[in-house]
Ligand binder design. Structure first.
Ligand code: HEM
Length: 342
């Protein structure tokens, strides 16, 4: 598996049996069944690229983590999500009303970014002007998450995190500085990733345009096909046999999430985008004990913004090539300059 990024692809490398990568000093998993089993294993714990337990960053122990999960789930109750959805829908509609069809627009900076920023301030309960001033710090954390092997980005991110933390005082831990970064930075990048395949496959865009009720299902397929998370890390707390590999206590593992999402042993025609695909079970939000507790909020935003876009325009034609940004953690188009046709 190629851990760095190469070429214009969301899904580099190849799927193979579990093996030990000497350069990374870690086991590498890329088959769907292996990555899914690693997510479910009680002996494997989320860590950063250098093996520091992730748990320590947000909560001190497992009991606190479970409390954080349950507080976040309560804070994201359907009625609350509905209120935020109404707010972002209004803003998204206003922006779309003003977007020209006579000249190119950048869907990332003109549409995704401002709506995600509004959602970030709503969900973390912080004034929009304050949110604006914090974006530069959030961007530093996001850059480090996008390329987790870069030590200088990690150092900058640490300082930015300390600064950000001072601005978030209330609400569940997951909806403070880390939630702000996820919503203001990660979410627009995820939107860019899921819109790109639709732009490149105008037939699928048009299909959604005429059948926008398919959007929630299409989003699951797009999360599988073009999800943002490429790799995650684990550390073993005890020796285990893992699909023929003897993993020892303290060993590190790299989970190839985007590769597993394209595993032909699990998904029929995995490199084919089929927005009506059923039973998708992608791994883009993790699964099991540590699955993403913010997933309902992210799904709401992905569906709302995509629905409004595809319903209004029957085509978005790429007007200008774009640069890929990010790195081995996640990778995304820096801009999506398109000509919209309604
Ligand atoms: C586009 C944005 C997001 C993406 C791509 C994303 C992705 C993920 C993934 C893949 C995991 C699993 C990590 C692992 O197994 O090692 C995860 C966990 C987590 N996510 Fe998200 N997430 C996003 C937004 C959010 C938001 C907005 C929140 C806050 C509400 C959030 C809170 C969490 C928490 C707290 C965990 C760890 C749960 C645990 O260890 O028990 N995420 N996320």
């Amino acid at each position: 598996m190629t851990i760095g990024y190469a070429g214009d692809t969301l899904c580099p490398g190849s799927i193979q049996d579990v093996y030990f990568d000497k350069d990374r000093n870690a086991w590498v998993l890329s088959r769907y069944v292996d990555v899914a089993a690693a997510f479910r294993s009680a002996s494997l714990h989320p860590v950063g690229p250098r093996g520091v337990l992730k748990l320590d960053k947000l909560v001190a122990n497992n009991a606190e983590r479970l409390r954080m999960r349950s507080e976040t789930t309560d804070a994201l109750a359907p009625a609350i999500l509905h209120g935020w959805e109404t707010e972002i829908r209004g803003l998204a509609q206003q922006i779309l009303d003003d977007l020209p069809t006579s000249r190119p627009v950048d869907l990332v900076h003109q549409y995704a970014d401002p709506v995600c920023k509004r959602l970030a301030s709503l969900a973390t309960n912080i004034a929009e002007t304050e949110a604006e001033s914090l974006l530069v710090f959030a961007a530093e954390l996001s850059a480090a998450a996008a390329e987790p092997f870069d030590k200088s980005l990690a150092t900058k991110a640490k300082a930015a995190e300390v600064h950000l933390r001072q601005h978030f005082h209330s609400g569940p831990l997951a909806l403070r500085e880390s939630g702000f970064v996820a919503l203001s930075q990660t979410l627009p990048r995820m939107l860019a990733n899921v819109w790109l395949p639709l732009i490149r496959q105008p037939g699928e865009w048009r299909r959604l345009h005429f059948e926008p009720a398919l959007t929630p299902r299409a989003i699951e397929e797009l999360l599988r096909y073009a999800g943002l998370t490429r790799i995650l890390f684990r550390m073993a707390s005890q020796s285990i046999q893992f699909n023929g590999a003897g993993i020892h206590e303290g060993d590190r593992l790299i989970l190839g999430v985007s590769l597993a999402n394209r595993d032909p042993a699990y998904f029929r025609s995995p490199d084919h985008l089929d927005i009506a695909r059923r039973r998708i079970n992608h791994l883009s939000f993790g699964i099991g004990h540590h699955s993403c507790v913010g997933a309902p909020l992210i799904r709401m935003a992905l569906v709302t913004l995509t629905y409004l876009l595809v319903e209004r325009y029957h085509e978005a034609a790429l007007y200008q090539d774009f640069q890929w940004q990010g790195g081995s953690g996640f990778r995304f188009p820096g801009a999506l300059c398109v000509l919209l046709r309604s």
